[in-house]
Design a protein around this ligand. Structure first.
Ligand code: SF4
Length: 381
């Protein structure tokens, strides 16, 4: 392992400016599982992030101990956030991880403040808090302990099975506060998983986590995200996925169709060009007018998934519902402060169809062309 001193990393000035911190240490690891990953350890001055009032997300506060994500999902729109750090949105996002090493102590202090009113806190809304880095830094146990000790309500969304390490803490927190847990599984197709989510645990392992959470008395929903047009949306694939979700004991399933915002769009399109060049034209037509699939397509997927969910017995009719997860389907519209990013699975696109099938107005699509983009470097995961 190599460690560099604070002023030795080229990103230190940007990180200091963004996070208001004096300390930035970069560590490049060659250990198994972390090969080629550089962790930028920062001592942040605040760990509670306020979602601006203009946001239509149903929570106001988030805690995000990491930036960048070695789960390396090709479609991850949080990639764009690395732009602001002067890092690239491809391999840089997968291998240059910012770590707020003082997040637990900072959160405990902020929750204890007389100014804190005990509002709901959403986690996993920027990048995955149970990504590989968490194995090394173990920030979540301290964060969960701080939340439990203050009986503060919170929700978590993850594609990581590492959440099971913290099962007991989650159960303890759920005894004193509202806790919502969701796991993100967009498809069960193994080939698609290897291609699109190369750093994540396999879908069946994530569903095992859903099962284990339920068995421990923590009801878990599944955010079925993303549903990938033409690659993961056949009736057979949707059926197989919803069936597996039901068998895992999920208490809810919410579909979310792939969206392609700048930052993710380039990488996804490059991947598509390499692996499925024959689909470029169809994607051009589906996403030609903006980052979101057309409303009719989203409605179709939602209807199919809801019908399958009813057939397989998922939902509050069949089980008691959990406290709300990080609200996968709030009203559409701008959801981030400029430049801020949320876990893709937690952010519904404008025009997303809520479970009730009640449609709300969409944000008008911006004219955008879908072009194959060639990454400047090979993806390293
Ligand atoms: S989609 Fe979620 S799990 Fe995948 S890279 Fe992005 S933040 Fe990580």
């Amino acid at each position: 392992m190599r460690a560099r001193q604070p002023d030795d990393t080229p990103y230190a000035p940007t990180v200091r400016a963004l996070f208001g911190t004096d300390a930035v240490t970069a560590r490049t690891l060659d250990a198994p599982g972390f090969h080629g990953t550089t962790f930028h350890e920062i001592r942040a001055r605040s760990v509670l992030d306020r979602v601006p009032g203009a946001s239509r997300m149903p929570y106001e506060w988030t805690v995000n101990p990491y930036r960048g994500c070695a789960h390396a999902c090709v479609f991850c729109f949080a990639r764009k956030s690395h732009d602001r750090l002067g890092l690239d949105t491809g391999p840089g996002f997968d291998t240059q991880i910012l770590v707020k090493v003082n997040a637990p102590e900072l959160l405990a202090r902020q929750l204890a403040s007389s100014r804190w009113q005990g509002a709901h806190i959403a986690m996993g809304t920027d990048v995955d808090c149970y990504q590989q880095a968490e194995e090394r830094y173990r920030l979540m146990p301290g964060i969960l302990t701080a939340l439990r000790d203050r009986a503060n309500p919170f929700s978590l969304l993850t594609k990581g099975t590492l959440i099971l390490r913290d099962l007991e803490l989650l159960a303890q927190a759920a005894e004193v506060a509202e806790v919502g847990v969701s796991v993100s599984v967009g498809f069960t197709d193994e080939a698609l998983w290897r291609g699109l989510e190369p750093g994540t645990p396999a879908p069946h392992r994530r569903l095992d986590a859903v099962r284990a959470l339920g068995a421990r008395g923590i009801p878990c929903g599944v955010l079925m995200a993303p549903v990938v047009p033409f690659l993961g949306d056949s009736p057979e694939q949707l059926r197989a996925t919803v069936r597996a979700i039901a068998e895992a004991g999920a208490v809810s399933v919410t579909p979310l169709v792939l969206h392609l915002r700048p930052g993710a769009r380039e990488w996804f399109t490059a991947w598509l060009g390499r692996h499925h060049p024959g689909l470029l034209g169809r994607y051009e037509r589906l996403y030609g007018s903006g980052p979101y699939a057309p409303h009719w397509y989203q409605r179709r997927i939602t209807r199919q998934v809801h019908e399958l969910a009813a057939e397989f017995g998922i939902g509050p009719v069949h089980r008691s519902a959990p406290p709300a997860p990080p609200a996968p389907l709030p009203p559409p519209g701008p959801v981030h402060p400029p430049g801020a990013h949320q876990h893709p699975a937690a952010v519904p696109p404008p025009g997303a169809v809520p479970p009730s099938d009640v449609l709300r107005p969409r944000v008008p699509p911006q004219p955008t062309r879908l072009r194959p983009a060639v990454p400047t470097r090979r993806k390293v995961t």
